[in-house]
Design a protein around this ligand. Structure first.
Ligand code: ZN
Length: 145
C-alpha cells in the first residue's frame, strides 16, 4: 500500500459526503501535545485519503464546541496559518500511534471504495474555518453553536 500523500493540492472538487467516523470519534484532548504533527482529513485523492498537515502549537479553546481544542500551525496556510481545532479532527503523523492509525484505516475503509472510480482530488466538504480562525466540522456547525 502506498503511503498517504498529505500534500496540498490546488483545486479540489467538492463532493459533499457524510463523514462516517469523525463526529463520534472518542479521543481525549491530552492525546495530543505541542510539537506533534497531525493531519486534518479532508477527502480522497487517487485512492488515498488526503488532508492538511499541521503542527500542534498550544492548547486553545475551541469555541464552536465549547470544549478544549488545539491551536495548529499550517505552514502553507498563508493568511490563515493558525487555526484552532477540536482534538477529534486530528490524526497523528509524527509518531506511530495505534489510536490514530485505527481511525485512519477505518476512514479509508469507509471512503475509498465510494470514490474508487474517481481520480481527481475530492474534498468531502467536512470543514470550514470561521473568521476567528476556528476550524469547524460540519456536524459541529449543525449542533447550533
Ligand atoms: Zn494519535
Amino acid at each position: 500500500m502506498l503511503p498517504p500523500s498529505w500534500d496540498h493540492h490546488p483545486t479540489p472538487v467538492t463532493a459533499l459526503t457524510p463523514d462516517p467516523l469523525t463526529p463520534t470519534r472518542d479521543i481525549t484532548h491530552a492525546h495530543f501535545q505541542a510539537g506533534d504533527t497531525v493531519v486534518v482529513l479532508k477527502g480522497v485523492a487517487g485512492r488515498e485519503l488526503w488532508g492538511d498537515a499541521m503542527r500542534v502549537v498550544a492548547p486553545s479553546w475551541h469555541t464552536p464546541t465549547d470544549e478544549d481544542g488545539w491551536r495548529l500551525r499550517d505552514a502553507t496556510g498563508g493568511a490563515q496559518s493558525y487555526v484552532t481545532a477540536h482534538p477529534r479532527y486530528l490524526v497523528h503523523l509524527s509518531r506511530r500511534c495505534p489510536d490514530c492509525l485505527i481511525h485512519l484505516r477505518a476512514m479509508e475503509d469507509a471512503l475509498l471504495a465510494r470514490f474508487s472510480d474517481r481520480d481527481e482530488l475530492i474534498d468531502c466538504g467536512w470543514y470550514t474555518t470561521t473568521a476567528l480562525g476556528q476550524l469547524v466540522h460540519i456536524t459541529d456547525l449543525r449542533s447550533g453553536r
